[in-house]
Design a protein around this ligand. Structure first.
Ligand SMILES: NC(=O)c1ccc[n+]([C@@H]2O[C@H](COP(=O)([O-])OP(=O)(O)OC[C@H]3O[C@@H](n4cnc5c(N)ncnc54)[C@H](OP(=O)(O)O)[C@@H]3O)[C@@H](O)[C@H]2O)c1
Length: 380
């Protein structure tokens, strides 16, 4: 992450990693004043899978920020990272390579190491009585696996309890879906969305820590007149934008777009809601933006929509027409709340049944780590 050190603090992924030649296998106690109270005998035992990644590092920050109680925590990643050290809440931890026995005695496992790791180890953790909160798309559409945004459908995890010995899988929705539905759901509850058109402007951080590094590197290379290094994406990213890098399907949509379609239906428990999306990668370091066009069954005017959004948990309204001030990715970077603005009547629709809004959210935080930790809080 060396290249990331020159970024503004709030754009960087949190970095709890440090390297050491010492091979201490046990957490080493640091001065008591630096130890947070969230280490509690009565708390659940945790595992963070993919702890060295962009989301994994954010998990640690969110757990710490929210004083999430735990009695132990395992730091898991691939063989590449095994043996690295990281500091969390004043203690030194060794990163371990994930293995089936990593989940012995684990009550809650927060997964963010990609779909194949979730598919291989998620069921093992569940078999051992743990609850897996998974950030990948591996189980999202599986029947019986709750797909949850705590502010939207908390009822989906009713009856699931950490430490009960009864394992379960819970899926975190796609980051663009979470950010979109944080704003659209309060309006949907009031006037029922019948159709939603989403256009995304997605940041490098959505593709992980290496993509953020590549954007920094490419920016420098292009400014220096050198050819850009294209390892993560196939084409130049700096000073450019392109259709989302997810695979394109036979219907012409890419997988990221179809996640918005399918996940919205599952989360809203509404198989009839019409959703279409166009997902674009833009050379923004951190936090996604989305233009969302909504068509409602019942009338909903601008003022009422603003009033509803101002009261919505996890949402902040930034909508100053006179000053032309609306949400930006920079402004929401490292923030918990999703920002909404450009709230206006869609002039192409009759009466007051259409609205346009513009939404920005930190997708490593609310779009991934924060949402997962909020889910974990509901299991305590
Ligand atoms: N970035 C986002 O905004 C976002 C949002 C929602 C969901 N997600 C999902 O979260 C997951 C991780 O994303 P990310 O952005 O954090 O990626 P990332 O920065 O590339 O991190 C990937 C993490 O997975 C670990 N990993 C990779 N292969 C592994 C293996 N074979 N065994 C064990 N661990 C392995 C890596 O460990 P090493 O360091 O050892 O390689 C690293 O900790 C993905 O499924 C992604 O779709 C990401």
């Amino acid at each position: 992450m060396a290249a990331l050190t020159q970024l503004a603090h709030h754009q960087r992924p949190h970095n709890h990693l440090f390297f050491s030649s010492a091979a201490a296998a046990r957490p080493r106690r640091l001065p008591a004043t630096r130890i947070r109270m969230s280490l509690q005998e009565s708390g659940p035992s945790l595992a963070v899978v993919g702890v060295t990644g962009a989301v994994g590092q954010e998990f640690l920050s969110v757990l710490s920020d929210r004083d999430f109680p735990y009695r132990s925590i395992k730091m898991l990643a691939s063989r590449r990272s095994a043996g690295k050290h990281l500091t969390f809440q004043g203690r030194d931890y060794l990163v371990e390579e994930i293995a089936p026995d990593s989940f012995d005695g684990v009550d809650i496992a927060l997964f963010s190491a990609g779909g194949s790791i979730s598919k291989e180890f998620g069921p093992i953790a569940v078999e051992k009585g743990g609850i897996v909160v998974d950030n990948s798309s591996a189980f999202r559409m599986d029947e019986g696996v709750p797909l949850v945004i705590p502010e939207v459908n908390p009822e989906a995890v009713a009856g699931i309890r950490a430490g009960s010995g009864k394992g379960a899988l819970i899926a975190n929705p796609n980051c663009s879906t979470i950010i979109c539905l944080m704003a659209a759901t309060p309006l949907h509850r009031h006037a029922k969305v019948v159709r939603m058109v989403v256009s995304t402007y997605q940041a490098a951080s959505g593709a992980g820590a290496a993509a953020m590094e590549e954007l920094v590197l490419q920016t420098r290379e292009v400014l220096e007149g050198k050819p850009p290094t294209c390892n993560i994406f196939k084409q130049q990213y700096a000073f450019n934008l392109f259709s989302h890098n997810a695979p394109v399907m036979s219907n012409g949509y890419n997988e990221e777009e179809m996640k918005l379609v399918k996940e919205t239906r599952k989360i809203w428990n509404d198989k009839d809601v019409k959703v279409t999306a166009t997902c674009i990668r833009v050379p923004v370091m951190r936090a996604h933006a989305e233009s969302v066009n909504l068509q409602f069954e019942k009338p909903l005017d601008e003022e009422k929509a603003k009033e509803i959004l101002k009261k919505a948990p996890g949402v902040v309204v930034i909508d100053d027409r006179a000053a032309n001030r609306f949400p930006t990715p920079l402004e929401v970077s490292n923030k918990d709340d999703v920002a909404v603005g450009r709230i206006r009547r869609d002039v192409s629709q009759d009466g007051h049944t259409g609205l346009d809004i513009f939404v920005c959210g930190d997708q490593i935080r609310k779009g991934a780590a924060l949402n997962a930790v909020q889910i974990a809080e509901m299991l305590l």
